[in-house]
Design a protein around this ligand. Structure first.
Ligand SMILES: Cc1ncc(COP(=O)(O)O)c(C=O)c1O
Length: 407
């Protein structure tokens, strides 16, 4: 008799769910252990009745046309539902696509969004350069509940936050935020890419939707770009209809790679959490360092919230290097020296993979601004964002030690 894991999985640990949830191949006569890559644009029906049953959701078949999804894609979506305790999920060709699709599914002309001022710059470009053209207003708020509340008005339909934020790993009191938003009939959308489902489950805190850049910790191997939105069936259906028309879903090869990456997600994430905390603590004790930003350090401004909300501090450590003086130019020279002197981490966009990557916000995501404009956005030129990979912690610390000593 086929093993039925449906009732077992919801109560299982995160590793068991990462490995087994979503991968039900009982219908396949060959019984593959791994969900296959369904490389086909179209799915065959022998009778018209089969189509009616499919449309009426009365058949076990998952696909009709690959723009609407494939069984490989659905397996990935169901795994993600299990990791985020979500009713439904759609995956997309990028994390940006996931955010854009979630918003386009929910909002229309005249609606207004309140977003934290701190976060991934691409999202702000979407708000400022594109949603604004379609009549969706945007206000930015500092990281405090009071500031978020003050930025909301009668047209506000969505509050957008990252947990924790990029690049200073800040947190807001999500429980109080959700309570406020619900009272006002405002949706909450959380980009939890940095936390990952290992450290934080936004829907459990009452958020309406959660997005992830699967490119980061969930896939974890720096080789695929993809994203996901998760939430109730009703809200996901709104986003799905938008995605299915745009055809912005990842192809079955990408879905297969991400499903493969997720099987080791929990093991990897535990190690990211452990190693990053050790590296953050090491950095904090170094004389060349001005400040370390890591939520589980007692020195982080949101440490108390982090202890309440996060199961782990995550794999990102941001830190500021002391320059020769306190100017932005001296800060840029010092951070540039350190990223170039490091031998193991590669200078590169992205984060959350097995390879350590380092990123200077001032010369990457904020390179188009001058130093003063960057500072107004809160970006110090001596800032380095370190995505702690799965290399040995002792090797990464030795590398940081030699790079800082050469300053
Ligand atoms: C917090 C956060 N959200 C979303 C994205 C966008 O993800 P993607 O590059 O997969 O579109 C990024 C990318 O770095 C990110 O850091």
């Amino acid at each position: 008799m086929a093993k039925d894991r449906k009732n077992l999985l919801p109560a299982s640990g995160i590793s068991t769910r990462s490995i087994h949830a979503g991968h039900d191949t009982h219908q396949d006569p060959h019984r593959p252990l791994i969900t296959p890559i369904y490389q086909t644009a179209s799915y065959a029906f022998d009778e018209v009745e089969g189509l009616w049953n499919f449309y009426g959701k009365k058949s076990t078949r998952l696909a009709e046309y690959a723009r609407y999804g494939t069984p490989t894609q659905r397996a990935l979506e169901e795994t993600l539902c299990s990791l985020e305790y979500a009713e439904d999920c759609i995956v997309m060709s990028s994390g940006m696509n996931a955010i854009a699709t979630a918003i386009c599914g929910l909002l229309g002309q005249g609606d207004h969004v309140v977003s934290l001022r701190e976060g991934y710059r691409g999202t702000f470009k979407l708000f400022d350069q594109h949603l604004a053209r379609f009549g969706i207003g945007i206000s930015y708020s500092d990281i405090s509940l009071e500031a978020i509340k003050a930025a909301c008005h009668a047209k506000t339909k969505l509050i957008f936050i990252e947990v924790p934020t990029n690049p200073y790993l800040r947190l807001v009191d999500i429980d109080a935020l959700v309570q406020f938003a619900r009272e006002r009939g405002i949706y909450t959308l959380v980009d939890a890419t940095f936390a990952s489902p290992m450290n934080f489950n936004a829907l459990k805190h009452g958020a309406d939707l959660v997005t992830h850049s699967l490119t980061k910790f969930l896939n974890g191997h720096n080789d695929v770009i993809a994203g996901a939105v998760l939430g109730s069936k009703e809200l996901i259906e709104k986003a799905r209809s938008f995605r299915n028309l745009f055809g912005s879903n990842p192809d079955p090869h990408q879905c297969y790679l991400i499903s493969r990456g997720i099987k080791s997600f929990a093991v990897r994430m535990r190690e990211h959490n452990r190693s990053a905390l050790e590296i953050a603590s090491f950095l904090e004790a170094q004389p060349q360092i001005e400040k370390v930003w890591y939520p589980l350090l007692a020195s982080h401004p949101d440490h108390a919230l982090a202890q309440r909300l996060l199961a782990g501090g995550g794999g990102i450590v941001s830190f500021q290097v002391k320059g020769k003086d306190s100017s932005q130019a001296a800060g840029l020279a010092a951070s540039t020296h350190v990223v170039e002197a490091l031998k193991i981490p590669t200078i590169g966009a992205s984060l959350g993979g097995v390879e350590s990557l380092i990123h200077q916000p001032s010369v990457m995501s904020y390179a188009d601004m001058d130093a003063d404009a960057r500072l107004k956005e809160g970006i110090h030129d001596n800032l380095i964002r370190f995505s702690v990979g799965l290399e040995d912690t002792a090797d990464l610390i030795a590398d940081l030690k030699q790079a800082l000593a050469s300053l």
